[in-house]
Design a protein around this ligand. Structure first.
Ligand code: IFM
Length: 468
């Protein structure tokens, strides 16, 4: 993938964003495997990512999460840094193989103790914890037993969710079950570029159903235990899809992409059904979803919130570059066509207007309150001689996407918060440490943290918006 300098206009100095002043949570986000390190301490067992990182060629530079940002050790200082950014909230994920090593059996006291300390430290500093139960670090033993394509993994997840909620639910009120099940299923079981690295479309679709079932079962068990306030949801990675032209073929391609990337999840979670148009096409792939009676009721229990992770949007064509309409397997072509916009270092086009359209569409079609649980960008940062990181491109990205959220809110979307991805530069999965998303730079040799210009801009924007 090539990266390309942006030509985006600079953000300008921080200013208040009046549309985001009231009833709006400002935060920063991370996930366990991407920052914690300490993968072999206090009883933690390997996750699928520990295994995948050892597969030759799977991760850029053969990087792994063994040390990452050393957050397991540096947590108290890191929480101080978050508080200094002036945000309300910190979104983090819990490592299943730390809390329930091997994915079964009793809670691991030393594993849960880390999150216990994290939660207490956040609360002491006036920060609201937002806990995600699963951000991709499946215990390896569960993958060995079949992983997410197996129904039993959903039951295992519900058990882990309940024991974790029992330990922290007295102090944590904001919970999301899964982060980006599309990535777990499609990148992990279909494309094979994320752990566990399998390549089977049928397995991926079975994984989707069992991830959603796991969400529903976990939500049931958490709600049954909850005695105090609870704000419970799930986090999806979404974009706004459109047809590249007005042609019927392109419209069909956009519909297909929407079915597989958005409606497969949201129709099930909110309306309790899988999209008819997708179901009609699955037999041509030799696939049937493994849905049992009652599953969709479990999956579609009301959500308190929907977490939306937004990075880019796409338009689609139904023809390939040579005008063909079928791919090598005889299936209809669904080809993303660039808008010709500036890109981040991930080679993702920068499309802030897609975030406004997406949030308004969720409001219209699904009517659930949303929180932007991730938004941010990787760029090839430069460290100045004075040690500062003048990342104007990232500041511009954040400013334009915050303006997009403000526009959606002004247009009637019930958006209740925004979390910058990411607090830190961290382990960017198959890209290893080569891609930096942080508003805080991490020097991986010294573990020194430096607030980038974008981090200072974000801090000042929060303060000014709050009237500070
Ligand atoms: O780093 C990831 C994160 O783990 C999940 N959402 C997308 C981010 C950027 O790729």
């Amino acid at each position: 993938m090539s990266s390309q300098a942006t030509t985006t206009a600079p953000a300008g100095p921080p200013r208040a964003i009046p549309e985001l002043a009231e009833n709006f949570t400002w935060g920063v986000a991370t996930s366990s495997y991407q920052i914690e390190g300490a993968t072999d301490v206090d009883g933690r067992t390997p996750s699928i990512w520990d295994t995948f990182c050892r597969v030759p060629g799977a991760v850029v530079n053969a990087d792994n999460g063994d040390t990452a940002c050393d957050h397991y050790r540096l947590m108290p200082e890191d929480v101080r840094l978050i508080a200094d950014l002036g945000v309300d909230s910190y979104r983090f994920s819990l490592a299943w193989p730390r809390i329930q090593p091997g994915g079964k059996g009793p809670i691991n006291p030393k594993g849960i103790a880390f999150y216990d300390r994290l939660v207490d430290t956040l609360l002491e500093r006036g920060l609201t914890p937002w806990a995600t139960l699963y951000h991709w670090d499946l215990p390896q033993e569960l993958e060995d037993a079949g992983g997410w394509p197996e129904r039993d993994t959903a039951y295992r997840f519900a058990e882990y969710a309940e024991m974790t909620y029992e330990a922290l639910g007295d102090r944590v009120t904001n919970w999301t079950t899964l982060n980006e099940p599309w990535c777990s299923a499609m990148l992990g079981y279909h494309e094979g570029i994320h752990a566990p690295g399998r390549k089977n479309f049928g397995d991926a679709l079975h994984a989707v159903h069992h991830l959603l079932l796991g969400h529903g079962l976990a939500a049931q068990r958490i709600r049954a235990k909850a005695t105090n306030e609870l704000n419970l949801g799930i986090v999806l990675n979404l974009g706004h899809g459109s047809a590249a032209t007005e042609s019927e073929l392109d419209k069909e391609a956009a519909r297909r992409s929407d079915a597989l990337g958005t409606r497969l999840y949201l129709d099930a979670l909110v309306h309790g059904r899988y999209p008819e148009d997708l179901l009609a096409e699955l037999p041509s792939h030799g696939i049937a979803l493994p849905v049992l009676d009652g599953d969709l009721e479990t999956i579609s229990a009301p959500l308190d919130l929907l977490g939306v992770n937004y990075y880019s949007s796409h338009q689609f064509s139904g023809t390939d570059e040579r005008g063909g309409t079928r791919d090598a397997d005889g299936h209809p072509v669904v080809r993303p066509v660039p808008f010709g916009l500036p890109r981040t270092a991930m080679d993702w086009e920068i499309v802030p207007s897609g975030l406004t359209k997406l949030l308004l569409r969720i409001q219209r079609d699904y009517g659930v309150p949303t929180v932007v649980t991730e938004n941010g960008a990787a760029f090839d940062d430069r460290v100045a001689e004075d040690g500062s990181v003048p990342d104007a491109d990232r500041t511009s990205y954040l400013a334009r996407h915050l303006a997009a959220v403000a526009e959606a809110r002004a247009g009637g979307a019930d958006v209740r918060g925004y979390f910058a991805w990411s607090l830190f530069d961290n382990f960017e999965w198959a890209e290893g440490y080569a891609k930096r998303f942080g508003i805080v730079r991490v020097d991986y040799d010294s573990q020194r943290r430096t607030v980038k210009d974008s981090g200072a801009w974000y801090r000042d924007t929060v303060r000014l918006t709050r009237g500070g």
